[in-house]
Design a protein around this ligand. Structure first.
Ligand SMILES: *Cc1c(COP(=O)(O)O)cnc(C)c1O
Length: 495
């Protein structure tokens, strides 16, 4: 299987190269040249473990890896006791054929673990295949969830070191504690004096610093990235949609071949794009519901065919979806235009230059056939959390609540009762304060997670317990101008 740039099909790579490079050299995103149909009947997957299902699905795309290799990597990612559910991504059914796919049982309690527990293994294996003998130095700027999930994923992985930079005042206390108490010999974490854009720009400048790259090469190191445009982060995500469908068949909730809709709370469009790949491979998917918060640039795009980022930015209760440039949408444009790279290039140029683009009419029709879009404000988010908890005792985080709200609104408006799979992307205990207030509890609590647990009877996940009692390993705050020195010091340089 070859991988092509979304902006120019003549730019290509094999899977290992695409994973090592991250971004294509022309600035496009790597995408498989075709979408392979599922090569066995779904029945074959029913009796497999999650790790086996994941290895099988990834094998359709990572053709320069053997089945044995993928089986081994998948076992290391998903069977090493790092997930607190034996099936990694269990499905919880609510009334009325609504099924919640819980993607937050990994070590950081957010769905990013599903991919970032796998990516380090894919990356180090890819480096070997590409004949790269130097050690990878992963640089990440984070607004919260990605940094911690990347630290956990790369912690003590041979052949890799990781540095995370987060904005001093731009992450929640729980997120900061998760990062600065990170264990592992090959990790380093810094606060940056500035906002997320400052940290991100600092990291971008490091990636393009040729002199620094040369000095690092002399020490046997090179820069690499774990961000969400890397194909190695997307491909593990396709697996859980197949796995959930199998679980629904096994539990008798859907019949073999019966279509389901999938509703995904969306930011960068990675998770819902993985669902589109699953559908194109033959998973019986009806509609893909794209759920946004008040930053509803995708809702307008899917409904109207025009992407326009020139709008106010809102901080919401679902911060991981506070995004106005949804980078993985580029891959969906490529797929749904049938590989028209020139159209994708035009759209992306227009987005960069004037902040907007409009789809040709036929392409918008194709999008509108596949996707339904809706959004949800903070008041609706909170009432959804409260309503569902009172109805069924099921507790959810604000990102998941956005999706539930959009799924319910779609059903009411359309009368369409097709079984609905809803991606649940974070543990409610990652956002305890917001969830407490949604449940009407406004009494001050020292430890919001403990309070939420007392109130609901739900246990605090092990990974989030006693965070404030763990030793702090990283407490330095840097001006952006000092980031280069920090990298050099971490590389073992002098001066
Ligand atoms: C990253 C994230 C999302 C958005 O996922 P995308 O793949 O960027 O669309 C939603 N919810 C949570 C909790 C996240 O961490």
């Amino acid at each position: 299987m070859r991988y092509l740039s979304t902006r120019d099909r003549r730019v290509s790579a094999d899977a290992a190269e695409a994973i090592v490079r991250g971004l294509a050299p022309d600035g496009g995103l790597y995408i498989p040249e075709s979408t392979p149909p599922l090569n066995v009947p779904v029945d074959t997957l029913l009796g497999m473990t999650y790790a086996e299902r994941a290895a099988h699905i990834m094998g359709h795309y990572l053709t320069d890896f053997t089945a044995e290799e993928l089986g081994e990597l998948s076992t290391r990612a998903y069977n090493s006791g790092r997930f607190d559910a034996p099936t990694c991504a269990p499905v919880h059914s609510l009334d009325g054929d609504m099924h919640v796919l819980e993607l937050w049982h990994g070590p950081t309690c957010a769905f990013k673990d599903m991919a970032l527990q796998m990516l380090p293994h894919l990356l180090t294996a890819s480096l070997r295949k590409c004949g790269e003998t130097r050690e990878a130095l992963i640089l990440t700027a984070t607004s919260g969830d990605t940094g911690k999930a990347a630290l956990e994923g790369f912690c003590d992985v041979p052949g890799a070191r990781i540095m995370v930079f987060y904005p001093r005042k731009g992450v929640s206390r729980a997120q900061e504690l998760q990062m600065i108490t990170q264990e592992g010999r090959n990790v380093s974490v810094y606060a940056v004096a500035g906002n997320f854009d400052d940290a991100q720009n600092g990291v971008k400048a490091l990636f393009s610093n040729k002199l620094l790259a040369e000095k690092l090469a002399n020490r046997g190191l090179f820069f690499s990235s774990a961000n969400s445009i890397n194909w190695g982060r997307l491909v593990p995500q396709i697996a859980y949609f197949f796995s959930a469908y199998c679980d629904l068949i096994n539990s008798g909730r859907v019949r073999r071949g019966e279509p389901i809709h999938i509703c995904v709370p969306t930011g960068n469009f990675g998770n819902i794009l993985a669902a589109l790949f699953a559908a194109e491979m033959g998973l019986p998917v009806g509609k893909l519901l794209c759920a946004s918060n008040r930053n509803n640039v995708l809702t307008d795009f899917i409904q109207m065919g025009t992407y326009d980022r020139r709008r106010p930015f809102y901080n919401t209760l679902s911060p991981s979806m506070d995004i106005l440039i949804s980078s993985n949408l580029e891959r969906a444009l490529y797929m749904l235009s049938g590989g028209r790279d020139a159209i994708v290039l035009d759209c992306m140029k227009s987005l960069a230059e004037i902040g907007r683009y409009s789809l040709p009419r036929v392409m918008h029709d194709t999008f509108a056939k596949r996707f339904v879009a809706g959004f949800c404000d903070d008041v609706q988010t909170k009432s959804t959390i409260g309503d569902v908890f009172r109805e069924s005792g099921y507790l959810m985080d604000p990102h998941t609540a956005v999706a539930i709200h959009v799924a319910r609104a779609y059903r009411r408006a359309s009368g369409d009762e097709t079984p609905m799979l809803i991606a649940s992307t974070a543990s409610p205990f990652k956002f305890s304060n917001a969830v407490l207030s949604a449940l009407g509890d406004t009494s001050p609590a020292d430890d919001a997670s403990e309070r939420l647990s007392e109130l609901t009877g739900w246990p605090v996940p092990e990974a989030l317990r006693g965070l404030d009692k763990k030793p702090v390993r990283f407490s330095e705050c840097l001006p952006v101008a000092q980031m280069e020195n920090a990298v050099w010091a971490f590389a073992g340089g002098e001066g």
